[in-house]
Structures are given as structure tokens and as C-alpha cells.
Design a protein around this ligand. Structure first.
Ligand code: SER
Length: 314
């Protein structure tokens, strides 16, 4: 029988972690969700812990001390930052996962969530409507660590029965939190820069299409997958997940409807090559069929929601 969830979130100060923590606390109560991160939280939170995900003993103690039954393992170094220090990225993104999988097995946790990404795709992957099961040959160390992580999750499920679940997030767009070190970050930065300064210098080419998702959809997908009946989860590698795909030029044109004097310049840097190795659009029919995933936000709704929320924050 499933116990009442007592959840540990790693990387709770990250772009997804912050909003996920709030969503899970709204659902289960604050004391049922322990937020942790290697960065200190800005507000006082009695259910927040400083936690280094490479400190295995401390993670085990945390699980015992708080009676943890589920982990959402959100801590990671993203695609662009990862390229500056590949071995550290491997350690944080992969070695930590391996330890957490082993802890989940040893402590008989009910569930584990592992966030994967469109960065698992590479130059050999079909770039449009990318299917679930394709050869993965990622270009970045971030993609390599997440691809390997998916395979280990699958292995731990098949061999030891660890109930680990995963999605391949597209670029995530949020107003509550800012991403850091990713290739899709431009799609959040652009809102802040255009609202504050009226202009934005984009680090990707204007016609580079990438799959993207509004934060509420990403959180909904995560919780929906974690709460789905076990029998519905037919794959233990990351589920493809899709909501919208757009280029910087399309996003800018949509924002310009609200900010007509806004200006953009394109100055691609090393992130352009990373973006070009990823998919432009995703076939997520398995997530939709197997556990009922459905997105709510398209480009128009996302842009309006971002501008409404960021304007009232000022
Ligand atoms: N948003 C991530 C990145 O750009 C992709 O998962 O690195």
C-alpha cells in the first residue's frame, strides 16, 4: 500500500525546483515537502535544507530523519554551463543520480523522479516530430549525462524495481524563477530585457526553432506522471513531452504585439551549435496516450501570461 508521500526535492532553488516545491506543498502540505539545494534559500523556510547531492551519507540521514518516501531529484548543471566544466557536470548530473538510485533501492523509496531533457537528442536524431525511441547521440556533456541517466533509471527499474519516472523537458519558460546556464534561457531573458530596457540581444539565430513549454504545464506533467498508476508507465526512460515550438523571431513578434517599440538584435554564440543539435519539435504521443498528458499553454497564451505576471512584479 502506498504511504502518504513525504517528499525530498533536490535543486529546489532552480528554475523548476522553486515552482515545483510550491506546487507540491500546496498539494501535500508544507511539512510533507522538504526543499533542499546547495545554494542557500533567500527566505526563511523551516522545511529547507542545505544539501550537497554528492554527500551520500547526508542524503541517507535526511531520508531517515524526515521519513522521506519520494525524491524529486531536480539538481543539475544545464547545457551551456556544463560545457565549461565537463567532469564536474558529469559528477553532479550523473554520479549523484547513481547514488540516489542506489539509496532509493536501499531505502525502498516509493518513487523517484529524474528530469531528462531534449538535450539527449543529437545530430543523428530526426529534428522534427522527434519520436520517443530514437538513437541518442548527444553533443553536450549535459545531454550525455542525462542520456546515461535515463539508461540507469531504466536499469534500476528493471533489475531492482525502483519506481523511477522521467520526462524529457523542453525549454521551460517561467516568470517566478530564472533559468541559468541553459541554451533555451533566451526565451525567459527576452521578457525581462524587453520589459526593462526595450531591447534584447539574442544569443541564438532568429530562425532557430526549439521545443518549449510554459512552467505550469511542466509542473503539471511532472506531478501527473508521478501520480499516474504504475501500470500506465510503459517506459522508464524519459518520456518525450511537447507543448509548443518557436524561433526567437516568432517569440519576439508575439511579444511585439504588446510592446510595439521593442527591439531585438541577433548575436549567436557557442549556444547556437548546441541548439542546432537538438530537435525542433517533439512527438509526445506516448505520454499523451499512456498517462493522459495534455498541455494548456500555446505561444499566445504563454506570452500574455508572462507579460501580465512580469509587469505586475515591477
Ligand atoms: N533548458 C535546458 C537547457 O537549455 C534544456 O533542457 O540546457
Amino acid at each position: 500500500m502506498q504511504r502518504n508521500p513525504k517528499i525530498l526535492i533536490t535543486g529546489a532553488n532552480g528554475q523548476l525546483g522553486q515552482v515545483l516545491t510550491k506546487a507540491l506543498r500546496d498539494r501535500h502540505g508544507k511539512s510533507s515537502v522538504i526543499a533542499s539545494d546547495i545554494n542557500q534559500t533567500s527566505d526563511s523556510d523551516e522545511h529547507y535544507l542545505f544539501l550537497d547531492i554528492l554527500n551520500t551519507e547526508r542524503i541517507k540521514e535526511t531520508i531517515d530523519d524526515h521519513g522521506i518516501t519520494q525524491i524529486y531529484h531536480m539538481a543539475a548543471i544545464l547545457s551551456a554551463s556544463g560545457e565549461w566544466n565537463p567532469s564536474k557536470t558529469w559528477n553532479v548530473n550523473f554520479n549523484a543520480l547513481l547514488r540516489i538510485l542506489e539509496i532509493a533501492r536501499d531505502k525502498k523509496l516509493d518513487k523517484l523522479f529524474f528530469p531528462s531533457t531534449i538535450a539527449v537528442f543529437g545530430n543523428t536524431t530526426p529534428r522534427t516530430d522527434t519520436p520517443q525511441d530514437v538513437p541518442l547521440l548527444p553533443e553536450t556533456i549535459y545531454g550525455i549525462s542525462k542520456t546515461t541517466g535515463e539508461l540507469w533509471c531504466n536499469y534500476y527499474f528493471n533489475k531492482y524495481g525502483v519506481d523511477v519516472r522521467s520526462v524529457r523537458y523542453p525549454g521551460i519558460i517561467s516568470y517566478q524563477s530564472i533559468p541559468s546556464g541553459g541554451t533555451t534561457d533566451y526565451a525567459v531573458e527576452i521578457f525581462h530585457e524587453l520589459l526593462q530596457h526595450g531591447k534584447y540581444e539574442c544569443f541564438l539565430e532568429k530562425d532557430t526553432a526549439l521545443p518549449m513549454m510554459y512552467i505550469d504545464d511542466a509542473i503539471q506533467a511532472t506531478i501527473q506522471l508521478m501520480e499516474a498508476p504504475k501500470a500506465d508507465i510503459q517506459t522508464r526512460i524519459g518520456y518525450n513531452l511537447s507543448a509548443m515550438s518557436f524561433t526567437p523571431a516568432t517569440l519576439f513578434a508575439e511579444i511585439q504585439k504588446y510592446l510595439p517599440t521593442a527591439q531585438i538584435a541577433y548575436k549567436p554564440d557557442f549556444r547556437q551549435k548546441i541548439a542546432e543539435s537538438w530537435s525542433q519539435s517533439i512527438d509526445d504521443s506516448r505520454a499523451r496516450t499512456e498517462w493522459g498528458w495534455a498541455h494548456q499553454y500555446d505561444l499566445e497564451r504563454m506570452v500574455k501570461t508572462m507579460l501580465d505576471n512580469l509587469s505586475t512584479q515591477k
